[in-house]
Design a protein. Structure first.
Ligand SMILES: C[S@@+](CC[C@H](N)C(=O)[O-])C[C@H]1O[C@@H](n2cnc3c(N)ncnc32)[C@H](O)[C@@H]1O
Length: 286
């Protein structure tokens, strides 16, 4: 029997993804086929007539996707800030919205790009926030903490692959409790989904992303309460924190941080116009 062509496989798979409610089935189909064949997308687009010997293996990947497994888990990677990160079920799949935190952090230190700035990332996941910032600040160095040792191992591997292993150090811990402080820049994207809303999220989030990366307690603000208690110590005087917040949370988090004595900057907005990042400044002497 003649094997199906690239075009046949793409048509079959795109129809299945569309039926499963996937937003951009053609794009995802191309990514999955390129992954299955070990080629880049240009080879898929440029050679629709190419026979595909093992279409079944490809359709198995498509089946995982229709059952809600995130693309980043199937491909094992995600691009963030134009860098490639390994992603596993132990790490949050980095979101484009979180690039708002990177932009805001870089803007805060724009006058000191070549300086030996110290950076702390609380809740490292893949390490995407710290590593994106370090990729733009050649003399900066940083540490990142995550409560999940498995996430820490992934983040460490990402740092090495990106050539940043000498400047980025990762360890397992509970927020900043093991750290003395004095950081120039603190980054965080804490879990902020109210617990009762997790089950109602898309399958790929609710069932496949780590609970530790999502669960923000009853009202979604538990981690911010912890950070409000720790940031005044962790930030050096004049240092800046850029912290991601969920939709509609900016005011509540601002109130927590203000009550902790932190100075607040203007919100940073994501591409959808959502106040996505809270900026605050340390005032305590080192
Ligand atoms: C929303 S994810 C963010 C991951 C990554 N920074 C990103 O932006 O993709 C939150 C991370 O915080 C970590 N986390 C949850 N509770 C923590 C705690 N008590 N101390 C340190 N990290 C914690 C989770 O394991 C998870 O990796």
């Amino acid at each position: 029997m003649t094997p199906p062509t690239v075009a046949d496989c793409l048509d079959t798979a795109a129809a299945r993804l569309k039926a499963a409610g996937i937003d951009d089935p053609r794009r995802e189909t191309r990514l999955l086929l390129a992954h299955a064949l070990g080629v880049d997308q240009a080879a898929i687009i440029g050679h629709p007539e190419r026979p595909v010997a093992d279409c079944d293996a490809f359709l198995e990947l498509v089946g995982r996707r229709t059952r809600g497994v995130p693309m980043a888990h199937i491909l094992g990677r995600r691009e963030f800030w134009s860098l490639e990160f390994r992603v596993t079920p132990d790490t949050l799949d980095p979101r484009p919205d979180s690039e708002t935190v990177v932009e805001a952090a870089l803007a805060a230190v724009s006058g000191r790009r070549g300086a030996a700035i110290s950076v702390l990332d609380l809740g490292a996941g893949t390490g995407c926030l710290l590593l994106a910032v370090l990729s733009e600040l050649p003399a900066a160095h940083g540490v990142a903490v995550d409560i999940s040792p498995a996430a820490v191992a992934v983040a460490r591997g990402n740092a090495i692959k990106l050539g940043l292993g000498q400047r980025a150090h990762f360890f397992a811990g509970d927020w900043g409790s093991a750290l003395a402080g004095g950081f120039d820049l603190v980054l965080a994207n804490p879990p902020y989904v109210p617990r009762g809303e997790i089950a109602g999220l898309q399958t790929e989030v609710a069932q496949h992303e780590p609970r530790l990366a999502l669960d923000g307690g009853e009202d979604g603000l538990d981690a911010y309460r912890r950070l409000a208690g720790e940031l005044p110590r962790l930030l050096r005087a004049g240092g800046t924190a850029a912290i991601e917040v969920g939709y509609g949370q900016w005011e509540a988090v601002a109130a927590l941080f203000r009550a902790a004595g932190l100075g607040l900057g203007n919100p940073a907005f994501d591409l959808a116009g959502v106040a996505r990042c809270i900026i605050c400044h340390g005032s305590h002497a080192d």
